[in-house]
Ligand binder design. Sequence first.
Ligand code: 0L1
Ligand code: MG
Length: 259
Amino acid sequence: MNWDIDTAAAVLLEAERQRQDRGPLTDEWPELDLGTAYRVQKRLIEKKVEAGEKVVGVKLGLTSRAKQERMGITSPLTAVLTDGYVLEADVPIPLAELIHPRVEPEIVFVMGKRLEGPGVTAATALDAVESVHAGLEIIDSRYVDFKFTLPDVVADNASSARFLVGGKALSPKNLDLALEACVLTANGTVVATATGAAVQGHPAEALALAANALAARGEAIEAGQLVLTGGLTDAVFVHAGDQIGAEFTSLGSVFVTAA
Ligand code: 0L1
Ligand code: MG
């Protein structure tokens, strides 16, 4: 194959649509560097938008040590959320549409103001946040066994598949998000715990990181957009009939089942 940005985006999109995992792009296209991978990700999102989806926000990935250790990658990354990834409350994870989904707990921001780097700090980032929510992200790498390099996973829009956001909305002003505790449960059993500090020391640090990284590519986080700040814990595999929950001290609980 003669690899270029458009071909790589089309191959990854087809893998997602056909539920067909594949080897890392970098095995066949070793020249795929990080800058090129973000251009593949951008093209992949353009293709989703051309097919009718709308961009609704941004997500960070690999912001916690638990996730970095699991994936063997130490750099956080950003990806794009579209409405095609939204899982409405009480709708089960559609296993028939996914390859090998895993679920992870997230702290989610809804932006009140536009946030544009460079030079964004955690304090200025938090000032732009309208509300904070509990969330769950369903990830589904298009690569066999979730095995990838950083450029591979960036090109694959950070394994994005579905996400849901809890209905409880809190102002960030009265919260200490570093101390916000989260328990991840699978069928009622605790499988992992963390506090918000797991996400870059504070989820607002992750938000600032995203704004500054996007600025380097000429982009910003818009008012009204959602930001998933990254899995607090490792992600758990999910099978038919499972119920996964993210239970937070202040942000409330979010549950999802798989069907
Ligand atoms: O929130 C996250 O850390 C998502 C990382 C995406 C990469 C993956 O774990 O497949
Ligand atoms: Mg995530």
